[in-house]
Ligand binder design. Structure first.
Ligand SMILES: Cc1ncc(COP(=O)(O)O)c(C=O)c1O
Length: 490
């Protein structure tokens, strides 16, 4: 039988905190009958967000086309839904049961190109668009294609979404972290980018690209146009490609904040050197269709032979799943004014948006009212990256070896585990995303139902105070043990 030790060490080394040990413990507790509030992952429908009726109605007819001719269908489905399903089936007669072309269904790629043009007022080419199994596969394809040597790597934000660090580990590529500026709403800072790039060079780590997540996970920040211009200028100077992870582009809540796509800013700047890989997904936004695994990758400033290699890469897995491709189509081709489904579609979208907006605000404000916690009220996305203050002598075990990072990781892990055990609230320790040394965080979503947010934060606040008390009362004992550790008396 194969042993764990025989597995690829890169697989063993790869970490994905969003589904790490805290979550595994949560599942165990749930099996034992404890009620768990899963705030660890941006999975909106798992926390009660309803799917958009339009999308599900069209998909249901495509999955079972016999319904199109059933007499009851006219009573059950609005006319435009039936028409839309027939239109899709006319372009893809085998429906969902057959492979498609490797880059994806041509009419869907055309619809994605039209969507980008409408959104940004710029031209978009369907031949530069690939449909993928969620944005994850798009990101992985780009990293895989661009990491050519072991000294090469990508600049990734700290904190970041661990898809990037885990995939780089799997590929044997270098992770070149750049800190986001917490004191400046988690925007990117040119000096920090420059110094991280040059420090990496000195350490013989050669960046070939930079990952930017906008709106941010886990930060909830929305980048300004100026900030994006600065990043493109930096990428140009340093010869880097850009991965613009824009899966939260519809999740912008703060008045005055706006989503600016990298594609548009790149075009405005007439930038023709920097290769841009933009990602989008059906999992987030107002669809929340995480289970459908749909998304796309748009590539700008790349020659046709490079595009062909991306198509080849995709062809090795044949094609993206077809329901996911169609969910992507329905995301970018919504019902139009005057069509029967339009009104309901708008109402449902508006309700989901307003719910998310109110929850971001409510959770952020309530967390900031807890002594010892601090958060930038999320301007976008689905998360709050909460900074916590804990008394210092909690876990001194590793500090003797100077490993402050391991110490912070241990302190956060105990905190999040205790939170789970005591309250059933499941969050992810900040170390799973990376953070400034000396700071402690956890990431929570604000996806639980609106009427539960206040109760959730109240529980969090009570837990935090009792955790602080328990830590403070343990301090003299911990300090004694740290002193005896230091003098080697144990
Ligand atoms: C920033 C970011 N990118 C990509 C993904 C993956 O999305 P998908 O479900 O489309 O693979 C996520 C999921 O949470 C995310 O937060």
């Amino acid at each position: 039988m194969i042993s764990r030790a025989a597995l690829n060490p890169r697989v063993l080394d790869a970490e994905y905190a969003v589904r790490g040990p805290i979550v595994q413990r949560a599942q165990q507790l749930e099996r034992q009958g404890k009620q768990i509030i899963y705030c660890n992952i941006g999975n909106p429908q798992a926390l009660g967000q309803r799917p958009l009726t339009y999308l599900r109605q069209v998909l249901s007819l495509i999955e079972y086309p016999e319904l199109l001719d059933a007499p009851a269908t006219r009573a059950l489905y609005p006319g435009d839904i039936i028409k839309r399903a027939r239109l899709i089936l006319a372009q893809q007669p085998p429906g969902t049961g057959a492979y498609t072309q490797s880059p994806g269904l041509p009419f869907v790629r055309q619809a994605v190109a039209d969507f980008i043009s409408r959104r940004d007022g710029i031209p978009a080419d369907p031949d530069h668009i690939l449909l993928t199994d969620g944005a994850s596969k798009a990101a992985q394809a780009v990293l895989q294609a661009l990491i050519a040597k072991p000294d090469q790597g990508f600049m990734i934000p700290i904190p970041q979404y661990p898809l990037y660090s885990a995939t780089l580990t799997l590929l044997g590529g270098q992770q070149i972290g750049y800190h986001l500026d917490e004191g400046n709403g988690w925007q990117l800072n040119e000096q920090i980018l420059e110094s991280s790039f040059t420090a990496a060079r000195r350490a013989r780590q050669n960046a070939v690209g930079i990952v930017v997540i906008n709106p941010g996970n886990p930060t909830g920040a929305v980048l300004t146009q100026d900030n994006i211009e600065m990043i493109i200028g930096f990428a140009h100077r340093r010869g880097l490609a850009i991965i613009a992870d824009e899966v939260y582009q519809e999740n912008v809540y703060r008045p005055g904040s706006r989503f600016h796509s990298f594609a548009r800013v790149l075009t405005d700047l007439a930038e023709r050197e920097v290769t841009l890989f933009s990602l989008h997904s059906v999992s987030k936004g107002l669809l929340g269709e995480c289970g459908h695994r749909g998304g796309y990758l748009e590539i700008r400033n790349a020659p046709v032979d490079v595009l062909a290699e991306f198509v080849k890469l995709q062809s090795i897995s044949l094609c993206a799943n077809v329901p996911g491709q169609l969910a992507t189509y329905l995301m970018v081709a919504p019902p139009q004014r005057g069509e029967a489904s339009y009104h309901r579609y708008q109402l449902e979208r508006d309700a989901i948006f307003e719910d998310l907006r109110a929850k971001a605000e409510a959770l952020g404000a309530a967390v900031n009212a807890i002594p010892g916690m601090q958060v930038e009220i999320p301007a976008g996305a689905m998360y709050a990256f909460v900074r916590i203050e804990l008394p210092v002598a909690g876990h001194r075990t590793k500090s003797r070896s100077g490993d402050a990072l391991a110490e912070a990781t241990a302190r956060e892990a105990s905190y999040c585990m205790a939170l789970l055990e005591k309250t059933g609230i499941c969050v992810v320790p900040g170390s799973g995303f990376g953070q400034q040394p000396g700071t402690l965080h956890f990431r929570t979503t604000f996806l639980p139902p609106r009427d539960q947010i206040q109760a959730l934060v109240d529980r969090l606040g009570r837990f935090h105070q009792s955790y602080l008390r328990s830590q403070k009362s343990a301090l003299p004992r911990l300090r004694r043990s740290a002193r005896s550790d230091a003098t080697g008396c144990r």
